[in-house]
Design a protein around this ligand. Structure first.
Ligand code: SF4
Ligand code: SF4
Length: 215
């Protein structure tokens, strides 16, 4: 999922300082799981903004506003309310914000959240961890399924670096060095020799932004 965190309410208010009429959009998928743009959060935002003198002309929570078709449908179904809105406040990730920008060019489109990373959700549903940063050249087949690009602060393709101590990372001693995890995992499989396979430098030209991909 895409992990988001709600922006400070004062900064949202500041972005809306010259706006009277707002339409609020949430997200039924990731932002609902992250508690940043589900029903409860959209309602709380509506109450807050109304309390600070704004007119909330409508709210909607599409299933996945990162999907253009759902944004187009939402705009069609809320045409009247949106015609009254000066701004659309999007309580979801940056993909959703920019999808609304694409189809509502004449409105002020504002993010209510900071988009943090693509995260795995813990079993209690409250913790999110970045295990993959979508590098486009997956090396998990070479690292026993631990990602050194994301989980090593230096992105070491051949590790560990000299700073590892008692299996912990020199950049943050509270965290395991991912290369120690790789080593221990390979040890269990009696395959530590694999650590000696030197990985070639990555091709950073594939990471030129913005990335696109078509089926
Ligand atoms: S190497 Fe890491 S960042 Fe790259 S695709 Fe694989 S898991 Fe994601
Ligand atoms: S200690 Fe391990 S995780 Fe930390 S920077 Fe060095 S190789 Fe990377």
């Amino acid at each position: 999922m895409i992990v988001t965190k709600q922006k400070d309410i004062k900064s949202i208010e500041n972005n809306l300082k010259d706006v009277e009429r707002v339409f609020i959009v949430g997200c039924g998928e990731c932002a609902t799981v992250a508690h940043t743009g589900g029903e409860k959060e959209v309602e709380a935002m509506k109450v807050y903004l109304e309390g600070s003198g704004k007119k909330v002309v409508g709210t909607a929570i599409p299933e996945s506003p990162c999907f253009e078709l759902q944004v187009i449908r939402l705009i069609r179904e809320n045409k009247e309310q949106l015609s009254l809105a000066e701004a659309v406040l999007v309580m979801a990730c940056g993909l959703a914000v920019q999808n609304f920008k694409k189809f509502l060019e004449d409105k002020i489109i504002l993010p209510a959240c900071d988009t943090l990373f693509m995260g795995s959700i813990s079993k209690n549903g409250r913790d999110f961890s970045q295990y993959c940063s979508a590098c486009g050249q997956c090396v998990l087949d070479k690292t026993d399924a631990y990602c050194p690009i994301t989980r090593c602060p230096k992105g070491m393709l051949n590790g560990p670096c000299g700073g590892v101590h008692d299996g912990k990372c020199e950049v943050d001693r509270s965290k395991d060095c991912v290369w120690t995890l790789i080593y221990k995992s390979l040890l269990k499989k009696d395959n530590v020799e694999k650590m000696k396979d030197i990985q070639p430098p990555r091709d950073y030209s594939v990471n030129v932004f913005p990335k696109t991909y078509s089926l």
